[in-house]
Design a protein around this ligand. Structure first.
Ligand code: NAD
Ligand code: ZN
Length: 391
């Protein structure tokens, strides 16, 4: 089959590789009908996530039809159409039973190693390095899906792939980001980043009762989606004005009730060398410029909540943690507990409450993926989301 392979920092190639096979009786093999490139893939592309190996298959946002089932799979049969969450969870451990699916203790065979090296471990992920289990990803024609009775959700209606594909990550991630922001009816919510995660957070903030939603970014096409599709008031940070003051002015002088960091490490599409000092903490990073997060700590109103879906790895320097203490802020963050959201969010899509395909700007074949990684990283060509048909 054809697959998109990571070949080193900044190097992605389409290669012909062996088809996946069933390894465990709980696996299925999926024929991928649609897959996508995520902002999180940029951390791999730019070489910031340790323990990638040359030839690793990328991709954690995908859906498809079941091609083959393992002997113990009960809920799926050949021909079923499914969307697969990017986190892999066993469904049975202490954490899964507490609805903390992205903390699953059974799915990641390298969890103990990760804990020793980096001080934490998460559930396994598709296409996301060996510290997350080394599972082949879904930017490919076929993919093996472990714990197939637990993660994938069956699409029984004839709704188009593009409307359900983003249940694999960015729609639940934006939704959880809004939930973690503890939005009360009428609250002011400010969101840094109008990428896919920020846009779904903005749409979800309204669904969860927000009054005004403010979205901060510098790309006009992204801000336009935030304004026109998500009903947000947008702020272009490249104007050079103070974001902290702008938000204070817009919120009666107190600052937003909730702030969402949908930016994360924010190294992409900028001069990386200016942002990062690589330090010898394993392969971890140290950055002293988490600009969005620093602005968030300054902007949030006293007693407010900060929600961080954006990915951080390693050590952050010079963060005004005293502001978090002084203002009595609540911080919530982490990998999305995907499995909790798939059913309710699929229901919303099928009921027509949201059409998640609104942010797609590019539809490409698998051969065009390597070139698109660079465009996606540099945010050129008015790119807002890339969807791939691998056949
Ligand atoms: P993206 O790169 O497309 O979007 C990020 C946006 O942030 C860009 O539009 C960029 O212009 C903007 N930005 C950069 N610096 C900024 C600043 N200082 N102020 C305001 N905006 C700024 O990525 P995405 O796909 O939307 O993902 C966003 C983040 O969410 C990434 O870190 C990604 O890894 C993470 N993510 C987390 C999870 C999770 O489970 N928690 C899941 C998916 C993605
Ligand atoms: Zn993703």
């Amino acid at each position: 089959m054809k697959a998109v392979c990571w070949m080193g920092s900044g190097k992605v190639e389409v290669q012909t590789v062996a088809d996946p096979t069933i390894i465990n009786p709980g696996d299925v093999i999926l024929r991928v009908t649609r897959t996508a490139i995520c902002g999180s893939d940029l951390h791999l592309y730019d070489g910031y996530i340790p323990s990638m190996e040359s030839g690793d298959i990328l991709g954690h946002e995908f859906m498809g039809t079941v091609e083959e089932v393992g002997s113990e799979v009960k809920k799926l049969k050949v021909g079923d159409r499914v969307v697969v969450p990017f986190t892999i969870a066993c469904g049975n451990c202490f954490f899964c039973k507490k609805d903390l699916w992205s903390a699953c203790d059974n799915s990641n065979p390298n969890a103990r190693v990760a804990e020793q090296l980096y001080g934490y471990s998460g559930s396994a992920l598709f296409g996301y390095s060996h510290i997350y289990g080394g599972f082949a990803g879904g930017q490919a024609q076929y993919v093996r899906v472990p714990f197939a009775d637990v993660g994938p959700i069956k699409i029984e209606s004839d709704i188009e792939d593009e409307k359900v594909l983003f249940l694999s990550d960015i729609y639940p991630t934006g939704y959880q980001a809004a939930e973690n922001a503890n939005i009360q009816p009428g609250d002011n919510v400010a969101i840094w980043g109008a990428g896919p995660v920020g846009l779904f957070a903005a749409a979800s903030a309204h669904m969860q009762g927000a009054g005004q939603v403010f979205v901060i970014d510098r790309f006009p096409e992204r801000l336009a989606l935030a304004r026109d599709y998500c009903g947000a008031t947008v702020i272009d940070y490249s104007d050079g004005k103070s974001i902290v003051e702008a938000l204070r002015d817009l919120t009666g002088g107190v600052g937003p009730d909730s702030c969402i960091d949908a930016v994360g490490m924010e190294a992409h599409g900028t001069d990386v060398s200016a942002l990062y000092d690589k330090v010898e903490l394993g392969l971890m990073l140290e950055t002293d410029r988490p600009t969005a997060l620093r602005q968030i700590l300054q902007s949030a109103r006293k007693g407010g909540t900060i929600s961080i879906p954006g990915v951080y790895g390693g050590v952050l320097n010079k963060l005004n943690f005293g502001a978090a203490f002084g203002k009595g802020l609540t911080l919530k963050m982490g990998q999305t507990n995907m499995h909790k959201y798939l059913r309710p969010l699929l229901d919303r899509v099928e009921q027509g409450q949201i059409d998640p395909s609104f942010l797609i700007s590019h539809r490409i074949g698998i051969q065009d993926v390597p070139g698109m990684y660079k465009i996606w990283r540099d945010k050129k060509d008015r790119v807002t989301k890339i969807v791939i048909d691998p056949f």
